[in-house]
Design a protein around this ligand. Structure first.
Ligand code: E4P
Length: 224
């Protein structure tokens, strides 16, 4: 399992990559918007310098047509680095761009996936990652567990190198389900990871251990 941060907030990226076992950072234009009118490429380069080259950085194209997407990809690779995973929505224009980018050996993350067929086509076009939108599917009455399990089945059956990058999560339970359905990777807002380790019952258990220890040994730890 690999965890990625779905944010462009530099403070959050610094803070949470230091704490959690993070494999990369993803964003999309809506996530970037939350940071205000930033100098886009300076910002993406800053994210890269925080996470280093051993983690994956996924940056989305903004053009809607194939040629524009290919120009966006080239600009991203030139202005950040050639290891970036270029995020391309799986539309008619997008799938054509994905095919071309894979012929050029560019790392591609196929995104905005709401259906099995979008994912299957992206795998067949050579995408390195496919990003099914878990919460958005659930909101539409589509079973995201089944969609992800189908992707995992096809990867197993036919040996695609594609990894499933679960996305669009609103809580830790959805992340659990995506991993259990077969997603190798999942990207989420850091608040989901943080919430998973700060539940009241966890803190209470730790407080109880602390009180019991101190009631016997006083206010010292075992190393003091
Ligand atoms: C991944 O990077 C996706 O773009 C993202 O997870 C979508 O999340 P949302 O449904 O919260 O907008």
């Amino acid at each position: 399992m690999k965890y990625l941060l779905d944010t462009a907030n530099l403070d959050a990226i610094r803070y949470y990559t230091d704490i959690f076992p993070i494999a990369g950072v993803t964003s999309n234009p809506s996530i970037v918007k939350k940071e205000g009118k930033i100098d886009f490429f300076a910002h993406m380069n800053e994210i890269r310098s925080i996470i280093g080259m051993d983690k994956t950085l996924h940056i989305q194209v903004t053009a809607l047509d194939t040629d524009g997407m290919l120009r966006d990809a080239e600009t991203i690779l030139n202005k950040v680095d050639d290891q970036v995973c270029v995020k391309v929505p799986v539309t008619l224009e997008g799938i054509k761009a994905i095919k071309t980018l894979k012929k050029q050996d560019v790392n591609v993350t196929a995104t905005a996936i709401y259906s099995k067929q979008q994912g299957f086509l992206a795998m067949e076009a050579g995408a390195d990652y496919i990003a099914p939108y878990f919460n958005r599917m659930e909101n539409m009455g589509i079973d995201p567990d089944d969609v992800i399990a189908s992707f995992a089945e096809m990867i197993g059956l036919y040996g695609y190198h594609t990894q499933i990058l679960g996305a669009s999560f609103k809580n830790a339970g959805q992340v659990d389900r995506a991993f259990l359905a077969g997603a190798q990777t999942a990207t989420m807002d850091p608040s989901i990871l943080s919430a998973a380790l700060t539940q009241a019952h966890i803190l209470k258990a730790v407080d109880d251990f602390d009180a019991d220890w101190k009631s016997v040994y006083g206010d010292v730890t075992i190393s003091e």
